[in-house]
Structures are given as structure tokens and as C-alpha cells.
Design a binder for this molecule. Structure first.
Ligand code: OGA
Ligand code: NI
Length: 398
């Protein structure tokens, strides 16, 4: 694997093209893919650039009244897929009785992460009013005057506030029907002035509360693995905070694209809040399972960093969002994740020693939080699992 050369990437503000952290290997990989095949039919990169240059995202297309989705959004694999979903439900864990039922809740949390990599939490203590204020702020941001919103449009991922459509627009084989606003909240938060006006109070409030719930979940997971309650927190798992504020406009051809293609999240844990439109699915034993909206609940998702530190005892969960002709759909993902360069981001994380043995040798090497995130930005969402690049013995490409 090519060595990480962070400098070549961090200092390219506004660069249209994703960082080539991984050298030519990556470029070849992409040109071998479906993109190359479709290039003969039309000039994909020109269309991608033209779409990006509008700085108005998918919402801009819908506002312009398009009846067919542009080709860059067509997910060929999804069109061909059998879209039957599995009739199961993700585990639901009631955190309301934590003080007198801790042992049982620890068992539920461990079982849910071992079997699913996700669980819904109810009675988590975040007031419904904070959740709805956060969702309302996201809607208002995306629906404000386009010219004002454009000021935040960027692909410079060193900024703490970035709005764009498809963070991986230039690497993905097919674009997703979604616009997003990304905020880096910790360890080095934006000043209130850096945050868009509609965001200041609601997002500060929501992230504070999500962090508190997150701390409880890290404690439950640590105990579930037989470790000290503070083990994951002491490792620095809750140091980085990242918010993805997603806006999925109604789609005129929902069977031809996806709101968010199948992926794992790169951090330790994600706390996901979705509105009443639905469309979220989780992969369970090779089948997609719907995660219907349930007001007031949050979905906890195990990410790649969690898989790395637990040596794959808690695997990261694949999830996606199908497109709908209903909308807009709003979601907020609060992710415990390091960012690129910045305070604390060079901390190393590796498989927890207490979990390793002769029969359970380390699968992954130690990695900086920023390396994993940089890899995600460089590669976008592709078929090769992100953690494959951090395996100790990754001789064979999966
Ligand atoms: C994400 C994500 C799902 C959703 O932001 O990583 O998976 O429901 N979002 O928007
Ligand atoms: Ni996700």
C-alpha cells in the first residue's frame, strides 16, 4: 500500500479532484471500473463537473423541475437488484431503566452489536424538542436562498463547515440523490460565527446531548466486552465529533438511484436521527432490512473504527438510504470520528490488547483516526471495504 502522504492532500483547498493519497493504484482502479465503460457513452466527468459547478446540489435539479434524473445519478446495480427486503426489525434498547437494569442493558447492547452492528435507542434522555429543532435547522439550511447557501459550497475538507452534494462525487461510480452539510464539532469546534446562522443554537444543543448519550453507550460497550467502563473513553474514542446533515429531495425516478449507497461509517459510533419519510436500510446477514422511522428514537451504528479496536468483534454495519418520490427527507448523523489534520487527530488506535489472544491475533494494524478518514475521502464509497486497507494481511483483494 502506498504510504500516506498527508501534505499532498491537505493543502489543496478547493481542489476539484479527490486527494490521491493512494497514488496511481487508485487512479487505475477507478479507470478500470464501470466509469470507464460508461465514458464511451457520454462524458461523465464533464457532467459531474457541470453539476458541481451549479453549487446548488440535487435540490437545485429538483427546483429546476427535472422529470428524469441525470445519468450521473444512475445506479446500474440497484436497478437490477431484487428489491425485496427482509421482514426483520433492528433491535430496540430502552435506556430509560439504565440505573436499575444496567447488567441486562449491557447484554442487549453487546448482543445487538455482535449480531447486527446497529440498535435503536429509546428513552435516551434527549428531549424531543432538541431533536426536532435540529431537524428543522437542517431543513432551513438546505431550503434557504441558494445564493446564501452557495457560500458554504466546498470540497475543502479542512474547513469546519462544508456544504456540498456527494462528498465523493468525483470518485463514486454513481452519484447519490442527496445534499449534505458537514460540521466538525470536536475536538476543535467552529466558532459560533463560522456556523450558519440557523444552525448555531440547535446544533450546539443537539451535539452536546448526543455526546452525553454517546458516552453512556461507549461505557456500555466497554463493559459488554468485559473491560473497564471507561476503557473506550480513555482511549479517546469520544474525542472527535462530526455531524452530517443530510437533505434528500423527492426523486422523480426513485428506482434508478439511491439516496445514499451502501456504506459503513468510518468513525467509532454514529447516532442517526431520521425524519418520518423513511428509506433507511441496514444489511443483516446479506439481506436488507428496513429501519422505519420512529419519532424520538436514534439509531446507533457501529463504524469502521469500532471494528478496528474490537478486532472485528463488533463489525461495522452496512447501511444505505433508498430514494423516494416523497420528500424532502432529512437526517442528522452525529459521528464520533476524528477528522483530518487537527488537534488530537494523530492519536493511534489499534485492536484493544485485552481482547487479543493467541487464538485471536490482531486483524488490523494501528491507525490514526485521520488516516481512516483520509482513506474514505480519497476512495469515496466503493466496493472494497474501507478497513481492508488497514488489514495486517491484505494480500488478496476481496
Ligand atoms: C450517513 C448515513 C443515513 C441517513 O450520514 O452516514 O448513513 O439516514 N445517513 O441519512
Ligand atoms: Ni452512514
Amino acid at each position: 500500500m502506498a504510504a500516506l502522504n498527508s501534505n499532498s492532500f491537505y493543502h489543496r483547498p478547493e481542489s476539484k479532484f479527490p486527494p490521491s493519497l493512494w497514488g496511481d493504484q487508485f487512479v487505475n482502479h477507478v479507470s478500470d471500473s464501470k466509469i470507464a465503460a460508461s465514458m464511451s457513452e457520454y462524458n461523465r466527468s464533464r457532467e459531474v463537473e457541470a453539476f458541481d459547478a451549479t453549487k446548488s446540489g440535487v435540490k437545485g435539479l429538483v427546483d429546476a423541475g427535472i422529470a428524469k434524473i441525470p445519468r450521473i445519478f444512475i445506479h446500474q446495480d440497484y436497478i437490477q437488484e431484487d428489491k425485496t427486503v427482509c421482514d426483520l426489525s433492528v433491535p430496540v434498547i430502552d435506556l430509560g431503566s439504565l440505573s436499575n437494569n444496567r447488567g441486562e442493558i449491557i447484554d442487549q447492547v453487546r448482543a445487538a452489536f455482535e449480531e447486527w452492528g446497529v440498535f435503536k435507542i429509546v428513552n435516551h434522555g434527549i428531549p424531543t424538542s432538541s431533536l426536532s429543532k435540529a431537524m428543522k435547522a437542517v431543513k432551513e439550511f438546505h431550503e434557504q436562498d441558494t445564493e446564501v447557501k452557495k457560500q458554504y459550497y466546498s470540497r475543502d475538507y479542512l474547513k469546519k463547515v462544508v456544504y456540498n452534494s456527494n462528498f465523493d462525487l468525483y470518485t463514486n461510480a454513481a452519484a447519490n440523490w442527496r445534499d449534505s452539510l458537514y460540521l466538525i464539532m470536536a475536538p476543535d469546534p467552529p466558532t459560533p460565527q463560522e456556523l450558519p446562522q440557523v444552525f448555531r443554537d440547535p446544533m450546539m444543543e443537539f451535539s452536546e446531548q448526543a455526546k452525553n448519550v454517546g458516552i453512556s453507550v461507549f461505557e456500555l460497550l466497554s463493559e459488554g466486552l468485559g473491560l473497564k467502563k471507561s476503557h473506550m473513553l480513555d482511549m479517546g474514542c469520544a474525542m472527535g465529533e462530526f455531524l452530517a446533515c443530510n437533505y434528500y429531495p423527492a426523486c422523480p425516478e426513485p428506482n434508478m438511484t439511491l439516496g445514499f449507497g451502501s456504506h459503513t461509517d468510518s468513525g467509532f459510533l454514529t447516532f442517526l436521527l431520521q425524519d418520518e419519510i423513511g428509506g433507511l436500510q441496514v444489511l443483516h446477514k446479506d439481506s436488507w432490512v428496513d429501519v422505519p422511522p420512529s419519532p424520538g428514537s436514534l439509531l446507533v451504528i457501529s463504524g469502521d473504527m469500532m471494528e478496528l479496536i474490537t478486532n472485528a468483534r463488533f463489525k461495522s454495519a452496512y447501511h444505505r438510504v433508498v430514494a423516494k418520490n416523497l420528500g424532502p427527507r432529512i437526517s442528522v448523523a452525529f459521528v464520533f470520528r476524528m477528522h483530518l489534520a487537527g488537534s488530537g487527530s494523530s492519536q493511534l488506535y489499534g485492536p484493544i490488547k485485552e481482547l487479543l489472544s493467541e487464538n485471536n491475533p490482531p486483524i488490523y494494524r494501528e491507525a490514526k483516526g485521520e488516516e481512516i478518514v483520509a482513506c474514505r475521502y480519497a476512495k469515496g464509497i466503493e466496493k472494497t471495504p474501507l478497513l481492508w486497507y488497514f488489514k495486517l494481511n491484505n494480500i488478496q483483494q476481496p
